[in-house]
Design a protein around this ligand. Structure first.
Ligand code: FES
Length: 585
């Protein structure tokens, strides 16, 4: 035991047989059956959440990472024990991996609680896995450290460097617009994912990796090393050693994931031009610790945080380039005057100390200096208006500047099926100036808030060379996608939000400058249409996880967590307006 009061190692969380002595005797007998010695079993236990799965190519290097983590744990005097949890890969989960994120977080939390361990290493990677693990670990309350599988390397198509999944969408749009043929799109398909690992751009997986490092819950330098690099293996080994050290310091998630750390995570999300999904996930992680993210204040923070990282989809490079440019440290050095440098990290040192201890920066062209950003402010803007009283999001750094002040006629799709049925109809009444509206792809509507908010350009317009239009939905969009796309409209259509009453031909005005999204219909007509909406009722025949989901899921502004999983009290609201009280260097 680490002290007289608390059991540790194998003694933690004994199975209840009504006789503690027998419970320990029984547990010890069974684990000895796996060949462990008494010496091994006397060590502090570092558990490793194994998210390897044949259905998750983004986690294809997990076996190598586990080997390295175990090495790190044993070199530091601990006993590593791996255990499986749910693994979620973006394209392999129906209806969408977001539908299962909270289930994975519950699995992670409960297995951390149920099994004897003194610390846990969480191997995440693909989009929903990192938030699910951090949500679960935050609630479970033992020392926890995140390690990601790392980004894939880029491939090559006819001499052009390509990688998932910004280029997936770019080439698919070309194919839909008849710019390339079947043979060519097949050749692209073979090259988009050149190795195992997470998407090679600043999508949700890369965003969550960068946020994790900024939060201090990952080994310093751990966000960017490619999945198939020696650096990635070294990060894993160091993670194992750090996990053992965290036990002695009792560095539990609440000491690391503080309001200051959450603000650092938001800053980095903005500075890297991160995925809009990162906001929902960080809101959910913070919500497990009683920390609320205020969207208005986030917008103020965005206005003073330039996008510095020249990565797709906002820029031109790939994650392996960011790693070669010094990784996230290079970014954090540029915005250090905007960060809370006294926030604690998994090393037991502060974020500021870790930034200072990292190798020196050098000239490179991936992370811009503060004075020459790739986007001057606010990669992400928060919109309000009669169409989104609870808020909506636009990734303006990846939008068409010519469309950010736009009024147009609504072309409405009632749900995803309606979209699929009519989108490519040659008789669809649509022009490039119209505003595409997709309803019922929110948390309840789809369900699971799929990444269908990146509404494709109708084929007949695609063939005319139209590349972008204003698109609005209550869904999400992949972090790898770009365009003038208004997302996360809250409240969603399925629960009676104003999006539900938009009709074909209504006028809609988007003004990113004014942060507004307005339905140009009179208040009386809006009230009349809202009153006529049918009441939402969960089908009494629903059962199982789907019933739990439909009856407890919260909206995007609350992180789409289940209401019963959030902390019961709000103890802090972030971000606080204004910069941290420290001198800029
Ligand atoms: Fe797994 Fe992009 S699909 S990270």
């Amino acid at each position: 035991m680490t002290d007289n009061a608390k059991p540790s190692g194998l003694r933690k969380g004994l199975t209840n047989y009504g006789d503690e002595g027998f419970s320990m005797f029984h547990r010890r007998a069974f684990i000895k059956g796996a060949g462990y010695t008494d010496d091994a079993l006397s060590r502090p236990i570092v558990a490793i959440a194994n998210t390897g799965s044949g259905y998750n190519p983004c986690h294809g290097n997990v076996p190598q990472l586990i080997e390295a983590i175990k090495r790190g744990v044993m070199l530091a005097g601990g006993l590593p024990i791996e255990f499986p949890t749910i693994s979620l890969a973006e394209g392999f989960a129906h209806p969408t991996s977001m539908y299962l994120r909270n289930l994975m977080s519950m699995d992670t939390e409960e297995m951390i609680r149920a099994q004897p361990m003194d610390a846990v290493v969480l191997i995440g990677g693909c989009d929903k896995t990192v938030p699910a693990q951090l949500m679960g670990a935050a609630a479970a309350g033992i020392p926890a450290i995140e390690v990601v599988t790392g980004p894939m390397l880029t491939g090559s198509y006819r001499g052009e460097r390509i990688g998932a999944c910004t280029d997936c969408r770019r080439f698919w749009a070309k194919f839909r617009g008849d710019e390339i043929n079947q043979q060519q799109i097949d050749a692209v398909n073979t090259q988009l994912v050149a190795t195992v690992g997470t998407c090679s751009v600043m999508g949700t997986a890369s965003t969550m990796a960068c946020i994790s490092e900024a939060l201090g819950i990952m080994a310093p330098g751990g966000a960017t090393a490619p999945a198939v690099s020696a650096d990635r293996i070294r990060v894993a080994e160091r993670t194992g050693a750090l996990a053992v050290a965290m036990i002695g310091q009792n560095l539990t998630p609440d000491k690391i994931l503080t309001p200051k750390a959450i603000e650092n995570g938001l800053r980095v999300l903005l500075a890297v031009g991160g995925s809009t999904n990162g906001i929902i996930h960080l809101t959910a992680i913070a919500g497990r610790l009683g920390i609320k993210i205020d969207l208005e204040q986030l917008d103020s923070m965005a206005r003073e945080t330039p996008v510095l990282v020249d990565l797709k989809p906002s820029g031109q490079h790939y994650m392996e380039d960011l790693h070669k440019a010094g990784g996230l440290t290079t970014v954090m050095r540029e915005i250090r005057h905007l960060l809370h440098l006294d926030a604690m990290t998994v090393t037991g040192r502060t974020l500021g100390e870790e930034i200072d201890a990292a190798p020196e920066s050098f000239p490179q062209d991936v992370v811009r200096p503060l004075a020459e950003p790739i986007y001057p402010q606010g990669g992400i803007a928060v919109l309000r208006g009669n169409l989104a009283p609870g808020g909506a999001i636009i990734k303006q750094s990846a939008a068409d500047p010519g469309l950010m002040e736009h009024e147009g006629r609504a072309v409405v799709f009632e749900d995803a099926d309606d979209l699929a049925r009519r989108m490519d109809d040659p008789d669809l009444d649509v022009t490039a100036q119209d505003v595409l509206v997709l309803k019922r792809i929110g948390p309840v509507g789809a369900p699971g808030m799929p990444e269908a908010g990146y509404i494709p350009i109708p084929r007949k317009l695609g063939r005319q060379g139209v590349k972008d239009m204003v698109r609005i939905s209550d869904g999400r969009m992949s972090g790898t996608a770009a365009g003038t796309v208004v997302l996360h409209v809250t409240p969603e259509a399925a629960i009676g939000g104003p999006l539900a009453i938009v009709q074909n031909g209504d006028r809609i005005r988007l003004s990113v400058k004014e942060r507004s999204i307005e339905l140009k219909v009179s208040d009386q007509e809006i009230a009349r249409r809202l009153a006529a909406l049918p009441k939402l009722q969960v089908d009494p025949k629903e059962r199982g996880y789907r019933k739990l989901f439909l009856t407890t899921i919260t909206q995007a502004d609350e992180g789409c967590d289940f209401d019963f999983l959030k902390a019961t009290d709000t103890t802090a609201t972030v971000p606080q307006l204004g910069k941290p009280k420290q001198k800029a260097e």
